[in-house]
Write a protein of this length. Sequence first.
Length: 172
Amino acid sequence: MEKREIETIVREVLAKLEKETATFPGLVEANGGKTHVTMPLALAVRLIEKIEAKAAEWNMRVVTAVSDAAGRPVAVHCMDGAYIGSFDVALNKTYTSIAFQMSTAQLGCLSGPGESLYGIQFTNEGRIVIFGGGEVLERDGVIVGALGVSGGSAEQDTALAAYGKSVFAELE
């Protein structure tokens, strides 16, 4: 293959990639370049609003956190009267769900005495949560973020986070 042919092929491939990435909904212009966004702020806020409405129906005051696929917080809302300590717990539930790609309730089952992950909550500088309220959020089978809810009992947080996960599937 001659140099000119290789250059032509490379230009075609680059043009095709540029066209594909220009229309990809997860790419946004940022600081003079493009970045991939797995969890847009507007989507995170819509999800939190749905969860807060359900929490109010259940007479709960919660902190709800949504993180992106890398575990970075995108949005955190604290309902009036929510426990101060629930802020860190909600964030750590998102971190845990992303870090282990499962709900915090599932991890809790795997980390009890005698189980294979016993003691895991003492790793990662204490950020691992092993009780319910953290859920992985997916789009088309791909993890795009995580949800953390804190403020009720473990059972209440688990139910509210499961509700949030189901609602997320319907949000655009």
